[in-house]
Write a protein that binds this ligand. Sequence first.
Ligand SMILES: Nc1nc2c(ncn2[C@@H]2O[C@H](COP(=O)(O)OP(=O)(O)OP(=O)(O)O)[C@@H](O)[C@H]2O)c(=O)[nH]1
Length: 203
Amino acid sequence: MDDYKFLFKVVLVGNAGVGKTCLVRRFTQGLFPPGQGATIGVDFMIKTVDVDNEKVKLQIWDTAGQERFRSITQSYYRSAHALILVYDISCQPTFDCLPDWLREIEEYASSKVLRVLVGNKIDREDREIPTHVGEEFAERHNMYFLETSAKEAENVERLFMQIAEDLMKQARSRDLPRYDASTTNINGRTSTVSDSNCCSRFQ
Ligand SMILES: Nc1nc2c(ncn2[C@@H]2O[C@H](COP(=O)(O)OP(=O)(O)OP(=O)(O)O)[C@@H](O)[C@H]2O)c(=O)[nH]1
């Protein structure tokens, strides 16, 4: 039976090739897929986890990093409870693009969205971005920070579990409205909420 107490929408963004799909696959299926093709548009996977003995369903949206899909992926920001912004610690340009991604997030996502910065591929030996540089960026922009390896399964479980715990805490303290699938529609109105701006997000 598909019973759960909370449903949260988590959206991954970041440059093409930083490992978004691999992070999602690692967490939801426990594998590191060989020869992963680029994501076309948006894909999603579901995983239900236990937090404090409650079932929390995470709907994880994996967006394409390629510029040509940007207008599609932007429409998914709006109803996100959490946004994971990913860069590749061995690829400086993916870090240099972070301010552009933040501008997108500011424009399209709720100001209350939980924002997480992730430096992926820490198994690689050709690191270009030191940990402290990622940390400082995250601190400056009020983001939670973690370095991961989808390949070696490092910190991946921790990343999503931390998000689930934080969102549950917020939901509990702010009495989050019941999630309604129709709220994922960017122009969607729902009868369950009175403020058309907030939908299933935190107030
Ligand atoms: N060494 C290493 N390689 C990784 C890791 N995560 C992903 N990769 C590799 O990076 C490449 C891109 O991974 P994807 O998960 O497809 O990247 P993406 O961010 O989803 O890319 P788009 O779908 O184009 O936006 C693949 O060749 C992966 O095998 C990691 O943690 N370590």
